[in-house]
Design a protein around this ligand. Structure first.
Ligand code: MTE
Length: 301
């Protein structure tokens, strides 16, 4: 009998997920031994998994506080003052705290986490972040039983951030996660990239990174984390609720009302390179799909 390859009898998507699972348990190349989760999206080919260059990661940014063009953050954030910096963790907690950046770096160890960023605009990068799970930072407080969602707030400082002098968004930048999403080990507090201190344009001194959601969910330069009972309204939901939902999971089957989300342009590839297929949950489905079991992701976009 002719031998049939596994890939011939399995729909492509499942096959790709199998590959990613094999890598995630540490058999394949590229998994990081020190951590229990696969911080590289192994569902993509080697070529697509190539780290985006430091230059591209730090000069092609979205950070509306410094302006709306891609080069504004790099050009206009260089003198932004990130020291001293404090973050408050408050709301539905028994013991609200205000914690300094020094205390965070002294008590929580950052590790390298290579994670993919998929922007809602249709481009992507592979970024060697430095950071730790948000759950570790949240373990410094005791949540009340009403803590159902987490709300993030970025800094408000129109003297230093000229973009905030214009009502492009309802400043300060606000984002949110459901508590189980926030506690997922892949939800990362970022402190650096390429083994260096986080550049201002990428959200220094501290930003959130949620790899299976569109990039705008990952708020930069956060100063406040609030545990809340009701689903918070993010700045983007407030700006255009028809286009930006609370969940904003990367989903090639749910288009943005104005464009398709089926494919993406890999930043750093030459301009003639074809776009690549966008993967459900940005390729992290093995890890996070269970958070949405039974939910209609067209409705909860
Ligand atoms: N956070 C704040 N405070 N302000 C912003 O404008 N832009 C978001 C997100 N976080 C943004 C933000 C968007 S749209 C994206 S795609 C990512 O940051 C980009 O992160 P990067 O510049 O580090 O690649």
């Amino acid at each position: 009998m002719k031998k049939i390859r596994y890939s011939e009898i399995t729909p492509e998507k499942i096959y790709i997920n199998r590959r990613s699972f094999i890598k995630s348990i540490g058999i394949g190349a590229g998994s990081i031994a020190v951590t229990s989760l696969p911080f590289t999206n192994s569902a993509l080919s080697k070529e697509d998994d190539k780290h985006t260059s430091f230059k591209d990661i730090t000069t092609y940014n979205n950070y509306y506080e410094f302006g709306t063009s891609k080069s504004d953050p790099y050009i206009k954030s260089q003198n932004f003052k990130t020291n001293p910096w404090n973050i408050s963790i408050e709301g539905e907690v028994d013991n609200p705290i205000k914690i300094s950046m020094e205390e965070i770096s002294e008590t929580l160890v950052s590790e390298e986490r290579v994670l993919r960023l998929r922007c809602v605009e249709g481009w992507s990068m592979v970024i060697p972040w430095m950071g730790f799970s948000l759950s570790k930072l949240l373990s410094k407080v005791t949540l009340t039983s009403k803590a159902k969602f987490v709300k993030f707030e970025s800094v408000y400082d129109p003297d230093q951030m000229k973009g905030q002098r214009y009502p492009v968004l309802n400043w300060p930048y606000k984002e949110g996660l459901r508590i189980d999403e926030a506690m997922h080990p892949l939800t990362t507090v970022v402190t650096g990239l390429y083994n260096k201190k986080l550049p201002n344009q990428n959200g220094a001194p501290l930003r959130i990174f949620v790899p299976w959601k569109y990039g705008f969910k990952s708020a930069k330069a956060i100063v406040k984390i609030e545990l809340v009972e009701k689903m918070p309204t993010s700045s983007w939901m407030w700006a255009s609720p028809r286009e930006y939902g609370f969940y904003s999971n990367v989903n090639p089957n749910v288009n943005h009302p104005r464009w398709s989300q089926a494919t993406e342009r890999v930043i750093g590839n030459n301009i003639f390179a074809p776009r690549v297929k966008t993967l459900m949950f940005n390729g992290y489905g093995e890890e996070v799909a269970n958070l949405y079991a039974g939910m209609d992701l067209k409705k909860f976009f």
